[in-house]
Design a protein around this ligand. Structure first.
Ligand code: CA
Length: 358
C-alpha cells in the first residue's frame, strides 16, 4: 500500500462543469481493471458516462485504482460483454440487461418492461423495493455483480420510413428492437431483430431492417439515424425508463480492499443518476436540432396502436412470469412495486405534468 503523492488538477466535467480551484493528491495505481462496453467508445451520454465513472474511481481512490474503458469490438464484440466479464476477460462491463435474455428471460425485467415503470420508479424499485437484490441473485451463478449504471428516461418510439397509423402497419416490419418490446412487436406481426447500436445506421440505410429504435434524440442524432428514415415516432412505449447495467466480475470485486469496493459501488450509483441528468439535458437540444435543422417528421403513435400494443405487452409479461420460479419471483416483486407506485404517481408526477399543460 505504498503511495507516492503528486498533485494534479481535478478533471473538469467529472464533479462539476469546470476545473476546480484546488488539487487532489495522486498515488501510483495499484489496481487496473478493464471495462468492456456495448457502445462505441465515448458515445454521447452512454459511453461518456462510463468514462466519467472511470475518472471518478481514479479520483476517489486517490489514484490507487484505474479502470480502462473499451468500446464495442475493441476487446470483445458488443453482445459478448456479459460472457467476457463472467469469465474474467474484463473485470467490468456496461450494457443493458435485456441483451442477456438468452441466459434468463427474467433479466429483461431489470432493463425494460413495455408500458412499465419509468426511470424514477425503476430506481425506487431497484434500490428500495428489492429489485436490485433479485437482480444480484440472478447474476450470482454467472460470477457477476450487476449494478444500475445509468438510465435513459423514456425513449423514443423509433425511426420509420412509413407512417404507422394502425397495428396493421407493423405487420411484416423488420425492426431493430431488443427485449420484451421486440417480443410484443413479433406478436403484433413484425419481425424484431437485435443489433448493437453501432450497426443501426447502415442496416437501416441499406434496407437490412425497415425500422429501428435506439434511445432518444441525443443518441439517435449522434448515429445520424435521421439520414436513414423519415418519421420519428414517440413515445417509446417499449422502453419507458431503461436502466443500463454495470456488471462486475465477482472474483475481482472480492479481491478488492473494502474501501475500493465501496468506491466502485458508489461510483456506479453516481453514474446511474448522472447519465440520466446528461441525457435529459441533451435530449432537449437534440430534439430541437432534429426538428428545426434536419426537418424530421416527429409523430405520436395513434392511441389505437398504443392500446393494442399495451394489451399484447401484458400478455408477453404474463407469459414470461410463468416460465420458471425465478421469473415469477422477479415479476411478483416488480408488479407489487408498480401497483403501489402507480396510484402515488397518478396524484403526484402525472397530476403535475397534466396541470402544467393546462
Ligand atoms: Ca432502445
Amino acid at each position: 500500500m505504498k503511495r507516492r503523492h503528486f498533485t494534479k488538477t481535478l478533471g473538469a466535467g467529472v464533479l462539476a462543469g469546470a476545473a476546480l480551484p484546488y488539487t487532489l493528491g495522486e498515488a501510483k495505481s495499484e489496481i487496473t481493471w478493464k471495462m468492456v462496453t456495448t457502445w462505441p467508445k465515448n458515445f454521447p451520454g452512454i459511453g461518456v458516462g462510463v468514462e466519467n465513472l472511470a475518472k471518478r474511481v481514479d479520483e476517489l481512490s486517490g489514484g490507487r485504482m484505474t479502470i480502462k474503458v473499451y468500446g464495442a469490438g475493441e476487446v470483445v464484440p458488443a453482445l459478448e460483454v456479459f460472457d467476457a466479464v463472467s469469465r474474467g476477460t474484463a473485470e467490468m462491463g456496461h450494457a443493458g440487461a435485456y441483451y442477456w435474455k438468452g441466459k434468463n428471460e427474467a433479466f429483461q425485467f431489470f432493463s425494460s418492461v413495455p408500458f412499465g415503470m419509468n426511470a424514477m420508479e425503476m430506481n425506487a424499485w431497484l434500490y428500495y423495493g428489492g429489485g436490485l437484490k433479485l437482480w444480484q441473485e440472478g447474476y450470482e451463478k454467472f460470477n457477476l455483480i450487476p449494478m444500475p449504471g445509468g438510465n435513459t428516461g423514456v425513449q423514443m418510439g423509433g425511426w420509420f420510413n412509413k407512417q404507422i397509423n394502425s397495428v396493421d402497419d407493423l405487420k411484416g416490419l423488420k425492426m431493430r428492437m431488443p427485449g420484451l418490446g421486440g417480443e410484443v412487436l413479433k406478436r403484433a406481426g413484425g419481425t424484431p431483430v437485435t443489433l448493437p447500436g453501432g450497426e443501426l445506421f447502415n442496416a437501416l440505410k441499406n434496407g437490412t431492417i425497415d425500422a429501428t429504435e435506439w434511445v432518444g434524440p441525443y443518441n439517435d442524432l449522434a448515429f445520424g439515424l435521421h439520414k436513414a428514415a423519415k418519421y420519428y415516432y414517440y413515445p417509446g412505449w417499449h422502453e419507458p425508463g431503461t436502466p443500463l447495467e454495470i456488471t462486475i466480475n465477482k472474483k475481482a470485486f472480492d479481491a478488492l480492499p473494502a474501501d475500493l469496493q465501496s468506491i466502485v459501488l458508489n461510483a456506479c450509483k453516481i453514474l446511474n443518476q448522472d447519465m440520466l441528468n446528461d441525457l435529459t439535458a441533451n435530449n432537449n437540444q437534440a430534439l430541437h436540432a432534429l426538428k428545426t435543422k434536419h426537418h424530421v417528421d416527429v409523430r405520436r403513435f395513434p392511441d389505437v396502436v398504443l392500446k393494442k400494443l399495451k394489451v399484447i405487452s401484458d400478455e408477453v409479461v404474463a407469459d414470461l412470469a410463468a416460465k420458471d420460479a425465478y421469473s415469477k419471483m422477479v415479476f411478483d416483486s416488480y408488479r407489487n412495486f408498480r401497483d403501489v407506485v402507480l396510484p402515488w404517481h397518478a396524484i403526484s408526477e402525472y397530476a403535475y405534468l397534466r396541470a402544467r399543460q393546462l
